[in-house]
Ligand binder design. Structure first.
Ligand SMILES: *[C@@H]1O[C@H](CO)[C@@H](O)[C@H](O)[C@H]1NC(C)=O
Ligand SMILES: *[C@@H]1O[C@H](CO)[C@@H](O)[C@H](O)[C@H]1NC(C)=O
Ligand SMILES: *[C@@H]1O[C@H](CO)[C@@H](O)[C@H](O)[C@H]1NC(C)=O
Ligand SMILES: *[C@@H]1O[C@H](CO)[C@@H](O)[C@H](O)[C@H]1NC(C)=O
Ligand SMILES: *[C@@H]1O[C@H](CO)[C@@H](O)[C@H](O)[C@H]1NC(C)=O
Ligand SMILES: *[C@@H]1O[C@H](CO)[C@@H](O)[C@H](O)[C@H]1NC(C)=O
Ligand SMILES: *[C@@H]1O[C@H](CO)[C@@H](O)[C@H](O)[C@H]1NC(C)=O
Ligand SMILES: *[C@@H]1O[C@H](CO)[C@@H](O)[C@H](O)[C@H]1NC(C)=O
Ligand SMILES: *[C@@H]1O[C@H](CO)[C@@H](O)[C@H](O)[C@H]1NC(C)=O
Ligand SMILES: *[C@@H]1O[C@H](CO)[C@@H](O)[C@H](O)[C@H]1NC(C)=O
Ligand SMILES: *[C@@H]1O[C@H](CO)[C@@H](O)[C@H](O)[C@H]1NC(C)=O
Ligand SMILES: *[C@@H]1O[C@H](CO)[C@@H](O)[C@H](O)[C@H]1NC(C)=O
Length: 641
C-alpha cells in the first residue's frame, strides 16, 4: 500500500515527517488511507476477475462471507446482553445453548441513525454511547450497553451518516473516546465550536490557519478535477466535513470507504456493517419523490435494491468506466473515488446550501473561486448534487433504471425523499433483520409547536413508499399511523414498537423500535442548520441522547431494558416455537402500537423536560446572525422540496 502523496506544498518539512508517521499508524485502523493518490481517483492494477456490476437479487458474496464471521460474534454479545436485560422467566444461557447450532434462529439486529445535521450526529451519538458496552457504566442495571456489539448492521443517513462514517473512519472508536478528545493534543475530531466554515483550530495535530484549511480543500478537489473527474459542491463539502470527522492529518484525504472491508478487525466480524444512504436524482428531475431510487454504500458495494437500478457496483472500483455492467478490457480499474468524506458528503448534500451563502464571511478568494468554477459547470438546479460520474450503472437494467442512458449519476441527500431514517437497507429480505432500533433526530415539528422535534414523518414516508407495489419489491414494513396520531398518542415522545404482531403482516418484517428524540435532560431540538456547538452543549445533547435511548437509565420505566430484550427476541422466539415470557406480553401491551388512530389536529407540541435539566455554564445558542440568515434560507429550501 502506498502512503498518500498529495500533501500540499503548504507544509514545512518537519510537518511532513509528522504526517508520514501518523499515516503509518493509520494503516492499522479500520478505515485507512488506501487511495492511490490522495483525494484524486487514479488507476490501479485490476484484480484477476475484472470488476463488474451485479444484479441485486441476493447478498454479495463478500457480505455473506463477512456474516459468517460476524453472526457468531453477535451471538456471544447477545447472550451477555440478554442476560443483563433481566427478562423475568427467560434464561438467556439455556436459550442460546439450545439454539446456538443454528444462528439463523437467533436474533439479528439492525441500528438506524436518522438525518438532521449536527443535532442528529449528537443525539445519535448519545444513543450509540448507550448501546456501546465500552461506555463507562453502560452495562449496569437500567442501561443498554452491548446492543451495539450485538448488532449486525449499523446504518446512517446524512447527519446520522456523519456519525456512522466518523466512527468507522476512526477505527470504530467509541463516542466516549471522542468526547474525551483533548483538542489541544489530539486533534479536531468533533470540535464543533469552530464552524465548518472556519476550519479547525490552529493547534493539535491539524496545525492549520483558516487560509491553509481552505487552500488544502481546494487543492484536493482540484487534484480530482485534474485527474479527469467531475467535481461538485459535495466534494468541497465532504472534504471540509472530513476535518471534523476523520482524525487524521488534513482530514484523511486518502481514506476510502472500501478500506473498511480490508481492516482485520472488521473482516473478522468485530463490528457491525456500516451502511450509508443517498437518493438518486434522475436527469432533469428537481423534486425528489418517494419512489426515487435509494442508493446504499457499504464497505463492499454501492448500488440499489430498488427495482429501478437493481444492481451493485464494487465499492473499491466505483470510479471506473462501466458500460452495460462490464468494464471493458481497455478500461482502467480506478480506485480512490470512494473517499470516506465524499460518501459522508453525498449522504448529506442538503448542506451544500451553506457553500452558496458565504456573503459577508471572511472566506479566502481561492475557495470562492472554486465554488464559482463548479457553479459555472452546473445548471442552477443542481447545486445540491453529488456527481458520481462515471455512472457505474450506465446501460445497466435499461428498461427500469432512470439513469441508464446517462454517463452521469447524480445523488442527493438521503433524507430528501423524507425517508429520513435509513430503514431501506435493513428491510431487505435477504438481510433477515428481526429488529431495527430506529433513532429519530428529525426536525419535523413546526410552528405553532416547538420546532425540530420528530413526529414520525420518516416512518410515515417509508410506509407510504411501500404502498407502491413496484417499489415494495419483496420488502415488508409494518403499518405506521399518520403524524397527528404520533403526536396525539405521544408516540413521538417515548419509544414505540411497530409490527409486533407477525400475524398482521404480509410476510417477514422486522419489528421497528422507534426511539424519537425527546428532552430528558436537555432541549436538544437545535436547528438542523446550526453549524457550531460548544463542547459543553455537544456533551449535553449527547447525554440527552443517552437518556433518550435508555429512558433516563430506566427512571421513566424500570422495565425498559427488559422490554428492549423482548423486542430483540420476539421473532426468534416465534421461529423456535418458544412461548413468550409473561413479562414480554406485558412489555408488548405497553410498547407495541396497537393500531389506534387519532388523526385530529393535535395541540401544539411543547414537550416538558422529563428529568432534571442540565444547566450550561456558558451562554447558549448565541448564533451569529449570519447562521440565522442561512438557516432561514436553507429552511426555505426544504419547504420548497
Ligand atoms: C484499532 O482498534 C483495535 C481494536 O479496538 C485495536 O486493537 C487497534 O490497536 C486500534 N488501532 C489503532 C491504530 O488505534
Ligand atoms: C458510574 O457509576 C458510578 C457508581 O454509580 C458513579 O459513581 C460514576 O459517577 C458513574 N460514572 C459515569 C461516567 O456516569
Ligand atoms: C485522534 O488522533 C490522535 C493522534 O493520533 C490520538 O491521540 C487520539 O487518541 C485520536 N482520537 C480518537 C478518538 O481516536
Ligand atoms: C414516481 O411517482 C410519480 C407519481 O407519484 C411519477 O410521476 C414519477 O414518474 C415516478 N418516478 C419514477 C422515477 O418512477
Ligand atoms: C467508457 O467505456 C466505453 C465502453 O468501453 C467507451 O465507449 C467510452 O469511450 C469510455 N468513456 C470514457 C470517458 O473513457
Ligand atoms: C409533522 O411534521 C411535518 C413535516 O415537518 C409537518 O408538515 C407536520 O405539520 C407535522 N405535524 C405535526 C402534528 O407535528
Ligand atoms: C410506483 O413506482 C414506479 C416505479 O418507480 C413508478 O413508475 C410509479 O409511478 C409509481 N406509482 C405511483 C402511483 O407512484
Ligand atoms: C424486484 O425487482 C426486480 C427488478 O425489477 C425483479 O426482477 C424481482 O423479481 C423483484 N422481486 C420481487 C420479490 O418482486
Ligand atoms: C409467529 O409467526 C407466524 C408466521 O409468521 C404468525 O402467523 C404468528 O402470528 C406469529 N406468532 C406471534 C405470536 O406473533
Ligand atoms: C444515565 O447514565 C449515563 C451514563 O452513565 C449518565 O451520563 C447519565 O447522566 C445518566 N442519566 C441519568 C438521568 O442519570
Ligand atoms: C394491521 O394491519 C392492518 C392492515 O394493514 C393495519 O391497518 C393495522 O394498522 C395493523 N395493525 C397494527 C397494530 O399494526
Ligand atoms: C384525539 O386527540 C385530540 C387532540 O389531541 C384530543 O383532544 C382527543 O381527546 C383525542 N381523542 C381521543 C379519543 O383520545
Amino acid at each position: 500500500m502506498r502512503l498518500h502523496t498529495s500533501l500540499t506544498t503548504l507544509f514545512t518539512s518537519s510537518l511532513l515527517l509528522a504526517t508520514a508517521s501518523a499515516n503509518i499508524s493509520d494503516v492499522l485502523k479500520r478505515a485507512s488511507p488506501q487511495a492511490p493518490d490522495g483525494y484524486a481517483p487514479a488507476p490501479v492494477d485490476c484484480p484477476s476477475t475484472r470488476p463488474s456490476i451485479r444484479t441485486a437479487g441476493r447478498l454479495s458474496d463478500q457480505e455473506s462471507e463477512w456474516l459468517d464471521q460476524r453472526r457468531p460474534k453477535t451471538i456471544t454479545a447477545l447472550r451477555d446482553l440478554l442476560g443483563r436485560l433481566d427478562i423475568d422467566g427467560f434464561d438467556a444461557d439455556s436459550y442460546f445453548q439450545t439454539h446456538s447450532s443454528n444462528s439463523s434462529d437467533l436474533p439479528n439486529i439492525g441500528i438506524a441513525m436518522s438525518g438532521g445535521g449536527y443535532r442528529a450526529l449528537m443525539n445519535g451519538a448519545g444513543a450509540v454511547a448507550a448501546f456501546d458496552n465500552r461506555t463507562p457504566n453502560s452495562t449496569s442495571k437500567g442501561h443498554l450497553g452491548g446492543l451495539l456489539q450485538s448488532a449486525t448492521y449499523f446504518a446512517g443517513l446524512s447527519g446520522g451518516g456523519w456519525l456512522v462514517g466518523s466512527l468507522y473512519s476512526n477505527n470504530f472508536t467509541s463516542v466516549q473516546s471522542i468526547m474525551d478528545t483533548n483538542p489541544d493534543h489530539s486533534g479536531s475530531l468533533w470540535q464543533f465550536d469552530n464552524s465548518i466554515l472556519e476550519g479547525p483550530d490552529t493547534g493539535g495535530i491539524q496545525l492549520f490557519s483558516t487560509a491553509g484549511y481552505y487552500d488544502d480543500i481546494v487543492t484536493a478537489v482540484n487534484d480530482k478535477t485534474d485527474a479527469g473527474f467531475n467535481t461538485s459542491l459535495t466534494d468541497l463539502w465532504g472534504r471540509a466535513l472530513s476535518f471534523q470527522l476523520i482524525n487524521a492529518t488534513q482530514g484523511g484525504p486518502a481514506y476510502t470507504f472500501s478500506s473498511i472491508a480490508d481492516d482485520w478487525d472488521f473482516k473478522t466480524g468485530n463490528a457491525p456493517m456500516p451502511i450509508l444512504i443517498a437518493n438518486g436524482r434522475a436527469p432533469g428531475e428537481r423534486i425528489i419523490s418517494l419512489n426515487t431510487t435509494v442508493y446504499e454504500f457499504n464497505p463492499f458495494e454501492m448500488g440499489s435494491w430498488d427495482p429501478t437500478v437493481y444492481g451493485f457496483a464494487p465499492m473499491k472500483f466505483v470510479g471506473s468506466n462501466f458500460t452495460d455492467g462490464e468494464l471493458s478490457d481497455n478500461e482502467d480499474c480506478i480506485a480512490g473515488f470512494d473517499n470516506a468524506g465524499y460518501i459522508m458528503g453525498t449522504s448529506s448534500t442538503l448542506f451544500n446550501q451553506f457553500l452558496l451563502n458565504l456573503e459577508g464571511l471572511d472566506i479566502p478568494e481561492i475557495f470562492r473561486g472554486a465554488i464559482q468554477g463548479i457553479l459555472e459547470e452546473l445548471d442552477q438546479d443542481s447545486n445540491d448534487i453529488a456527481d458520481w460520474t462515471p455512472n457505474p450503472f450506465f446501460g445497466f437494467n435499461p428498461s427500469t433504471n432512470p439513469n441508464a442512458e446517462s454517463k452521469r449519476l447524480t445523488l442527493v441527500d438521503g433524507g430528501e425523499d423524507l425517508q429520513n431514517i435509513p430503514l431501506h437497507p435493513l428491510i431487505q429480505p435477504y438481510r433477515h433483520v428481526d429488529v431495527i432500533f430506529a433513532v429519530d433526530s428529525s426536525a419535523d415539528t413546526i410552528e405553532p409547536a416547538a420546532p425540530n422535534w420528530p413526529n414520525g414523518t420518516a416512518l410515515v414516508a417509508t410506509f407510504a413508499r411501500l404502498q407502491n407495489e413496484t417499489m415494495e419489491n419483496g420488502t415488508v414494513f409494518p403499518a405506521i399511523p399518520d403524524q397527528n396520531t404520533f403526536v396525539n398518542l405521544g408516540l413521538n415522545n417515548r419509544p414505540t414498537f411497530f409490527g409486533c404482531d407477525e400475524g398482521n403482516l404480509t410476510g417477514p418484517s422486522p419489528i421497528v423500535v422507534y426511539i424519537p428524540n425527546a428532552p430528558y435532560v436537555f432541549k436538544s431540538n437545535v436547528s438542523t442548520f446550526d453549524l457550531s456547538t460548544t463542547d459543553e452543549e455537544r456533551n449535553a445533547i449527547i447525554q440527552n441522547g443517552y437518556n433518550v435511548a435508555t429512558q433516563g437509565n430506566s427512571t421513566r420505566d424500570a422495565e425498559w431494558p427488559a422490554c428492549v430484550g423482548c423486542a430483540i427476541l420476539a421473532r426468534s422466539l416465534n421461529r423456535t416455537n418458544t412461548d413468550l415470557p409473561e413479562m414480554c406480553t406485558r412489555c408488548f401491551d405497553r410498547y407495541c402500537w396497537d393500531g389506534t388512530i387519532n388523526s385530529t389536529d393535535p395541540n401544539p407540541y411543547f414537550p416538558e423536560t422529563i428529568l432534571a435539566e442540565i444547566q450550561l455554564d456558558a451562554g447558549l445558542r448565541n448564533m451569529p446572525s449570519f447562521f440565522v440568515a442561512v438557516a432561514a434560507l436553507a429552511a426555505g429550501f426544504i419547504l420548497a422540496m
